[in-house]
Design a protein around this ligand. Structure first.
Ligand SMILES: Nc1ncnc2c1ncn2[C@@H]1O[C@H](COP(=O)(O)OP(=O)(O)OP(=O)(O)O)[C@@H](O)[C@H]1O
Length: 224
């Protein structure tokens, strides 16, 4: 469960989010809106990367201001730019790096890494340099590094931006199959078509909050 209570975020001279109050118990929540409307900031609030200037964000019963480290261990976050998340030389090492704090045996780390790379179609690239992957493959690698930690909530900021149609569908299928709650910021409206709920942000405010068809319809209207 994710809850925002009268959340304002001010960055520099700008009011980026303006008094948002919302509870998100649904399993798949999408977020759409114009460039600069505050979507990424909203996403970053959920794992404590961004802090409210006033108001409160509660995730899994924890206040993000007081428990940011605990929340980050339970909320996986996928950035738009996968290069921001790749830290190790090879694909397998990068995924294994995510597991370093778990205190697992070498064999268990290896088993989990191979399992997740197989699941997302990167097993044959396990020993390749991570920075030689294509943009889409890097996005899948970032996803592997997050999913191997089995987060309770997954937040994705434009996860299909670099993906071709086949890989976008793979991400859509993956989202359908996940048992975790997912919050997805996206300009890829097709990705959100079968979500449980979609929020539309406009200049830091929620201007629509509905099932996908109605929310996307509202978004098209304000963008026309
Ligand atoms: N650190 C910062 N300092 C000042 N302003 C910022 C900062 N970070 C973001 N902003 C501003 O906050 C507003 C919202 O940014 P945000 O990235 O949340 O929007 P967005 O809806 O995700 O946009 P996009 O669709 O382009 O990714 C933008 O006008 C941005 O310039």
């Amino acid at each position: 469960m994710i809850e925002l209570a009268d959340v304002h975020v001010r960055l520099g001279q700008r009011d980026v989010l303006c008094g948002l109050t919302v509870s998100l118990p649904e399993r798949r929540v999408g977020m759409i809106g114009a460039n600069g409307s505050g979507k990424s900031t909203f996403a970053r609030l959920i794992n404590g990367l961004a802090r409210p200037s006033s108001g409160a964000v509660t995730v899994l019963g924890l206040d993000t201001r007081r428990h940011a480290a605990r929340i980050r261990r339970r909320v996986g976050f996928l950035f738009t730019d996968p290069d921001a998340q790749i830290v190790m030389p090879t694909v397998a090492e990068d995924v294994a790096f995510s597991l370093r704090r778990k205190g697992l045996s070498r064999e268990e780390v290896e088993r989990r890494v191979q399992e997740v790379l197989t699941r997302y179609g990167l097993r044959e690239h396990a020993d390749h340099p991570a920075h030689h992957l294509s943009g889409g493959q890097k996005q899948l690698l970032a996803l592997c590094s997050v999913m191997v930690l089995e987060p309770d909530i997954l937040v994705m900021d434009e996860p299909t931006t670099l993906l071709d149609l086949r890989h976008s569908r793979q991400v859509a299928d993956l989202l359908r199959g996940l048992s975790q709650q997912v919050v997805v910021v996206s300009h890829d409206l097709a990705l959100l078509e079968d979500f449980d709920r979609v929020l539309v942000l406009d200049r830091g405010r929620i201007v629509a909050d509905a099932a996908p068809e109605a929310a996307i319809g509202h978004y098209r209207k304000i963008m026309s």
